[in-house]
Design a binder for this molecule. Structure first.
Ligand SMILES: C[S@@+](CC[C@H](N)C(=O)[O-])C[C@H]1O[C@@H](n2cnc3c(N)ncnc32)[C@H](O)[C@@H]1O
Length: 301
């Protein structure tokens, strides 16, 4: 739960850094039909309505060690991927960019986007609304931004929300130039619902961009990567964060995420214009490190 002090401080700092809550039960209504459906949580099969709280528990548990663990697990490589992602999107290049970073966690992408716009284009008007379902992750982000020049400015807001059901009153349709979601969509129960919301909140001509772990095609790299993921990452979770189960889930959830062409098709099915159904120049996605991660993009038409 959001601590009262933090909430009060956030309110006092006007619209600059907003930390808002809303009722998840209202935003994710369940019907009788839904309650009998199942989905995956890592390699487990669970009722659809349980996944959100299971995922929330994982990120509650990892929030305070998340940034350290990201560096340890990826040997710092996630930083390079995130830099590539932001360089590709070029926030600020066409004037101030209104961005929403969904499943934004501790604000890693938001900070890069604001720095990029400022350093490249002397732009101090590009803004990022960081949205996440997990208050603990947002609190870490809020703390981090307090040490930056963006704190207490209209450039950053932290807002609690579900990617699958962004409330209309807080996130009106046709609002944002750029929608980013990095290492977040695989944790959501319904990818089509996330894409539908992304499409709704973007302005016509706005860009959807997803950075996510993906499918490695080279068999040798894939075998090495599997070995690393299933033995080293849960072990690091145990040693550095005292939490093997959450890191086991993170690895398993990567394997359950659709391969690149399937995810690209889902983006196109949501109404976005994508590149061709292939990797690389002119294609719907770009692989990083042989497909360990990939960047998928689409434009709202
Ligand atoms: C692996 S972290 C990624 C954080 C950040 N984007 C980054 O790249 O460092 C995944 C984030 O997704 C959030 N998340 C999971 N399900 C969500 C949902 N349905 N709506 C919004 N955020 C969600 C989690 O709380 C967590 O902060």
């Amino acid at each position: 739960m959001l601590s009262c002090n933090l909430a009060r401080r956030a309110c006092r700092s006007s619209r600059a850094v907003r930390l808002l809550r809303f009722n998840h039960n209202q935003t994710s209504p369940q019907t009788d039909a839904q309650s009998s459906r199942t989905t995956h949580f890592g390699f487990q099969t669970v009722p659809e309505e349980s996944k959100e709280s299971l995922v929330r528990n994982v990120f509650d548990s990892v929030a305070s060690s998340y940034d350290l663990m990201n560096d340890a697990m990826s040997l710092g490589v996630h930083r390079l991927w995130k830099d590539d992602y932001v360089s590709l999107l070029k926030p600020g290049s066409k004037g101030p960019t209104k961005c929403i970073d969904v499943a934004g966690g501790t604000g890693d992408i938001a900070l890069r986007m604001l720095d990029f716009a400022r350093e490249r284009y002397a732009d101090r008007e590009t803004s990022v609304d960081v949205v996440d379902i997990n208050t603990e992750m947002l609190k870490e982000g809020y703390k981090r931004f307090k040490k930056t020049m963006y704190h207490n400015t209209p450039q950053i807001a932290f807002i609690e929300g579900n990617a699958q059901a962004l409330p209309q009153e807080q996130f009106p349709s046709n609002t944002y130039d750029l929608y980013t979601i990095a290492f977040g969509i695989r944790n959501c129960t319904s990818i089509p619902d996330v894409l539908k919301e992304a499409y709704r909140v973007l302005k016509p001509g706005g860009t959807f961009a997803c950075l996510e772990f993906s499918r490695v095609n080279n068999p040798l790299l894939s075998a090495l990567y599997d070995q690393y993921s299933f033995s080293i990452i849960p072990l690091l979770g145990t040693i550095l964060a005292g939490d093997r189960a959450s890191y086991q889930y993170l690895v398993e959830s990567i394997r359950r995420f659709p391969p690149q062409p399937e995810f690209a098709q889902m983006i196109a099915d949501a109404g976005f214009a994508t590149g061709g159904m292939h990797e690389g120049k002119g294609g719907a996605w770009r692989d990083l490190w042989g497909g360990i991660a990939s960047i998928h993009m689409g434009v709202k038409v």
